[in-house]
Design a protein around this ligand. Structure first.
Ligand SMILES: O=C(O)CCC(=O)C(=O)O
Ligand SMILES: [Fe+2]
Length: 211
């Protein structure tokens, strides 16, 4: 057994915040070592030109529309991407704790690296697709090694009354939000913005798409 990254009481306090607001911000969630590892891995994949233009929707619904989102992504694979196996240990801990504390019933996850080049954004949206409501919890890690507010590129999270909070994509920060109800957008970034984004899902990936 690996040592847990965080204590049960720490997880309980985050789960309380999530239950109350439907989103939670966790600063310095990635330690320096893991942040550096993810950043380096992302840079390698960028250099190898492994990123693809991100689209919207899934399967038959899938389209690429730069007026909606301008990021480039690289889908991760837990088995293939052994260089970042430590990241998946952290995701296992997150999933177990969320299932324990929030009765999430998550059975699987899917993650991609994301690069928003200068001048790109992702318009307001919900993470659940129309024909595939498999995603329960959205999980976003910011993996730039430095970030200044003048870079913009904030994650804007909307409350049901249209109030919103703007969240800087600070190194090591993680944001959790409920995929089914929390609308959000990425404001136009003035610098290359790197992240790892994913979802805890109800069904194993590749099965039960219509769940
Ligand atoms: O990078 C972010 O802050 C959010 C990304 C996002 O909303 C998405 O990929 O669905
Ligand atoms: Fe999103």
């Amino acid at each position: 057994m690996n040592e847990p990254y965080f204590s049960d009481s720490q997880w309980e306090s985050w789960a309380d915040d999530l239950a109350e607001n439907n989103y939670v911000i966790l600063n310095d969630f990635l330690n320096k070592n893991l942040l550096a590892k993810l950043h380096a891995f992302l840079k390698t994949k960028l250099e190898e030109e492994e990123f693809r233009k991100a689209g919207i929707g899934s399967m038959a619904d899938f389209t690429v529309d730069r007026a909606i989102r301008g990021d480039w992504i690289y889908w991760l694979d837990k088995i293939r991407d052994q260089e970042i196996s430590e990241f998946y240990l952290l995701i296992d801990e997150l999933t177990a704790q969320m299932n324990r504390l929030c009765y999430l019933g998550a059975l699987d996850c899917e993650f991609h690296l994301a690069h928003y080049p200068k001048g790109t954004f992702y318009k307001r949206h919900l993470d659940q697709f129309k024909i595939r409501s498999n995603r329960i919890l959205s999980v976003i890690f910011y993996v730039n090694t430095e970030w200044i507010t003048a870079n913009a590129g904030q994650l804007r999270v909307y409350a049901p009354n249209e109030a919103f909070v703007d969240i800087d994509p600070l190194p090591g920060r993680m944001v959790l939000l409920r995929s089914d109800i929390v609308e959000h957008e990425v404001l136009k970034t003035e610098a290359s913005r790197y992240s790892v984004t994913g979802w805890l899902t109800k069904h194993p990936i590749g099965v039960g798409y219509l769940g």
